[in-house]
Write a protein that binds this ligand. Structure first.
Ligand code: AMP
Ligand code: MG
Length: 412
């Protein structure tokens, strides 16, 4: 099987991914999901011309040569319906959101007026027609599509669903994801401490990466490097939409994952990608399941998750924005690059005049998980790069948690 570039491998994965079916979800659980239907307005909003201010609704002709004095014939709060028609020399006291009565063609804010008595007001300045009136249907019109299929339900979109009285909506189903670790050397999180073992970090790092996408995975545990046990565990994983199996994809004599997957009918699409970390990455497709064979080294497994699993999971549940946001940052130190694989350097980001500065999180060995635990982004060193110098602009893919920063970023 040929070794692919990261981009070619990503295209291979995405080329085989299908959108999952739709399901109905209540508004309370809808955040972050993607609409599988168009949502239409069921009313005009606002339902009539309403005041945008606390003030007085009046006839603009009456105040053309303000100051002018008017009789107050009614008080209208939001929720009231006006009963009277405003005639020449009259006005109504009106609150924000209340309907503008018949006869009135404009609103003046209370700050530009002066009460003379309970029933008489002086308007201090002239005001043109249609001032501070929010016209009927300004926000939405009955029948109009207010949220199109494919829209991600952000807080604003959830507000919009409530505005059109949709207590539930059709969204794309979430993938069911299984996570399996492999290796005789692994010690489970709840196993007794044994200094000779390697703690199973991957199950939990991957779990958290999946959770950060709004999906709850199942942990299948640890499979031993023994074909029949591995087969049984992988078979369980093949009941899911997505199986993430880490370790055992390399060239060691006990790396049984790929042959065992093939024996179970998984069609392997690629193995080995021109990247660092993450070279032994494998991907295959079964009738029900997309299978990601992630490298065993914790950093490699997490980086491969970022590059291949993130876009795949997001495509499955309907997102169109499937890749991590990239930013340009200024590199604060030199970076050597002598091989021909794309490299993903774990970096911290800091704000600086005009943008961001990127600094390596330190030793970048693929087993050094601290490089990942401190990281806010993955800096991409392209395969053909011959090294980078301090001060150069670089591309950084943002990781979960990188959307927040210490300072406000300015004064407003
Ligand atoms: P492998 O790809 O199985 O040869 O594993 C490569 C390296 O990653 C070895 O040093 C393993 O001990 C380590 N490793 C594999 N799986 C895990 C895991 N679940 N958690 C932590 N380290 C692991
Ligand atoms: Mg192993």
């Amino acid at each position: 099987m040929e070794h692919l570039t990261v981009t070619a491998a990503q295209q291979c994965v995405l080329g085989s991914i299908k959108l999952l079916g739709a399901e109905s979800v209540g508004l309370e659980q809808s955040l972050g999901r993607v609409l599988a239907e168009d949502i239409r307005a069921n009313r005009d909003q606002p339902p009539y011309d309403v005041s945008a201010m606390d003030g007085f609704a009046l006839r603009s002709a009456d105040v053309a040569s303000a100051p002018a004095q008017l009789d107050i014939i009614e008080d209208i709060k939001a929720g009231d319906m006006p009963r009277k028609t405003v005639q020449a020399g009259q006005c109504v006291r009106i609150m924000t959101g209340a309907p503008v009565p018949q006869g009135a063609d404009t609103v003046i804010r209370v700050e530009d007026t002066q009460m003379l008595s309970d029933t008489r007001v002086q308007i201090n300045v002239p005001v043109k027609a249609n001032n501070d009136i929010r016209p009927r249907g300004e926000g939405m019109r009955t029948g109009e599509v207010v949220l199109a299929r494919g829209t991600e339900l952000t807080p604003g979109a959830v507000g919009m669903l409530a505005m059109v009285k949709r207590a539930s909506a059709e969204v794309y189903r979430q993938p069911r994801v299984a996570i399996l670790s492999t290796g005789d050397e692994l010690e489970g999180l709840h196993d007794p401490f044994d200094a000779d073992k390697i703690p199973d970090a991957n199950s939990y790092a991957l779990m958290a990466q999946v959770q950060a996408l709004g999906i709850t995975p199942d942990l299948l545990g640890i499979a031993r490097d023994e074909p029949s046990h591995l087969k049984e565990m992988l078979q369980r994983g093949l009941q899911y939409d997505v199986l993430l199996v880490s370790g055992g994809t390399s060239v060691g004599v006990h790396d049984y994952v790929r042959p065992t997957l093939e024996a179970l009918g998984v069609q392997m699409k690629f193995w080995r990608v021109e990247m660092k970390p993450g070279h032994p990455m494998a991907f295959g497709v079964a009738p029900l399941t997309w299978v990601f064979g992630l490298p065993g080294n914790p950093v490699s497994s997490m980086v491969c998750f970022e590059e291949f699993v993130v876009p795949a999971l997001r495509r499955m549940n309907g997102h169109t924005r499937i890749h991590r946001r990239t930013i340009t940052a200024r590199l604060t130190h030199d970076v050597k690059h002598k091989h021909s694989r794309a490299e993903f350097v774990r970096v911290m980001l800091s704000r600086e005049e005009g943008g961001y500065a990127a600094t390596s999180t330190g030793a970048q060995g693929s087993g050094i998980l601290a490089s990942m635990s401190k990281a806010e982004g993955l800096m991409v060193v392209p395969a053909d790069c011959t090294g980078m110098k301090a001060g150069e602009p670089v591309t950084v893919q943002l990781l979960d948690g990188a959307e927040y920063q210490n300072e406000a970023g300015g004064e407003w």
